[in-house]
Design a protein around this ligand. Structure first.
Ligand code: ADP
Ligand code: MG
Length: 333
């Protein structure tokens, strides 16, 4: 079905019907000039926005609309996770052309609905515009965090341990595979991590509730770049231990097959959406207990050092080398 047949307001009504009727916390959802929400008293409201633009962030020749919808919400969930908060409400701004069918937009929202249900968030509004150019999806997500649990990029201190959730580099290898074209076959798991990043909102909130991180950031551009953001805002240096960087078995196999260095993907590849956080010495036991009972998958990858030492990585040969920020930068890519 063509978007012309249902028009802008037909599309909005269609979207509205696919989501819950407003709940107690949303006295006014989709359908008026603005939404109204009931924030939790005493909590900070966290606000973040992230856009996905065709040909910059995704390629429709190898992207499914439902996966795109999930990813558009996931990249925002990841930012709220990195603050130690809980995601609550979101707005979606769409720029669509008549290349897209109604079914494709339905699939886009189906993907968002899935991610939204898992994370316990509510769609409260958005905007729809026609574009002659590329498709764009912009999401604004509101989250909440108690004042003492909010975790910023600043706050890491010399002597803190650096931890990361999950494994790194899979998404970048997945994208490299997609760009090459052809069968992804036994490396479908890497491609899946590119298309469907799993924002660590459970982990972010768990860490904050347990008062574990002194600073936290999500890895969207790549470890080498995002570590720099954390260390600059905390005014510290950092030393990574390359032998401890968590690399998934599929990435190891893929690197062996292609002769690539898996650490290159792990350090400089973007879109992992894992959490990087600093942990004071006296909190390590509590964290290791959570890891031990499977409440969170995280691994120590280095330590915070004084600012003058800058950012370095200890290689497998035991030598320290400086880390260059080679992660994704829109104006340098
Ligand atoms: P206005 O012209 O007053 O800004 P709109 O007609 O654009 O209102 O939107 C009507 C309602 O539909 C609003 O509640 C708005 O938030 C919601 N809305 C519009 N586009 C979308 C969209 N793509 N996804 C979700 N909600 C939307
Ligand atoms: Mg209006």
């Amino acid at each position: 079905m063509n978007l012309r047949q249902i028009g802008e307001f037909g599309l909005i009504r269609r979207i509205q019907k696919q989501f819950h009727p407003p709940l107690f916390s949303v006295p006014l959802g989709i359908g008026d000039d603005a939404a109204a929400i009931l924030p939790t008293p005493g909590k900070y409201l966290l606000l973040t926005t992230d856009s996905l633009l065709e040909q910059v962030h995704f390629d429709l020749s190898f992207t499914d609309f439902s996966e795109l919808g999930r990813k558009a919400l996931a990249v925002n969930l990841s930012d709220i996770a990195a603050m130690g908060g809980r995601p609550r409400f979101f707005l979606v701004s769409l720029g669509v052309s008549d290349r897209q069918t109604v079914q494709e937009i339905d699939r886009l929202y189906r993907g968002m609905r899935k991610a939204s249900r898992e994370a316990g968030t509510e769609l409260i509004g958005g905007n729809t515009t026609y574009t002659r150019g590329p498709l764009f999806i912009s999401i604004t997500l509101l989250g909440e965090v108690s004042k003492k649990e909010m975790t910023t990029r600043a706050g890491a201190k010399r002597g803190d341990h650096l931890y990361v959730t999950g494994t790194l580099g899979d998404a970048a290898a997945g994208l490299a595979l997609l760009k090459k074209g052809g069968e992804t076959g036994r490396f479908a798991g890497l491609v899946r991590r590119y298309h469907l990043p799993e924002a660590r909102w459970r982990e972010g909130a768990l860490l904050a509730e347990n008062a574990i991180p002194s600073a936290m950031i999500d890895l969207s551009d790549g470890l080498s770049s995002d570590l720099r953001h954390l260390s600059e805002q905390s005014r510290v240096g950092a030393e990574l231990d390359l032998g401890s960087i968590p690399i998934s078995p599929p990435l190891k196999r893929y690197a062996r097959r292609t002769g690539a260095d898996p650490l290159e993907y792990a350090l400089n590849g973007g879109e992992d959406y894992e959490l990087l956080f600093a942990v004071p010495d006296k909190k390590v036991k509590r964290l290791e207990a959570l890891i031990g009972r499977g409440a969170i998958a995280a691994r120590r990858i280095g330590k915070i050092v004084e600012a003058a030492k800058g950012l370095t990585a200890r290689g497998l040969d035991g030598r320290l080398r400086p880390i260059e920020p080679k992660g994704y930068d829109h104006f340098r890519a």
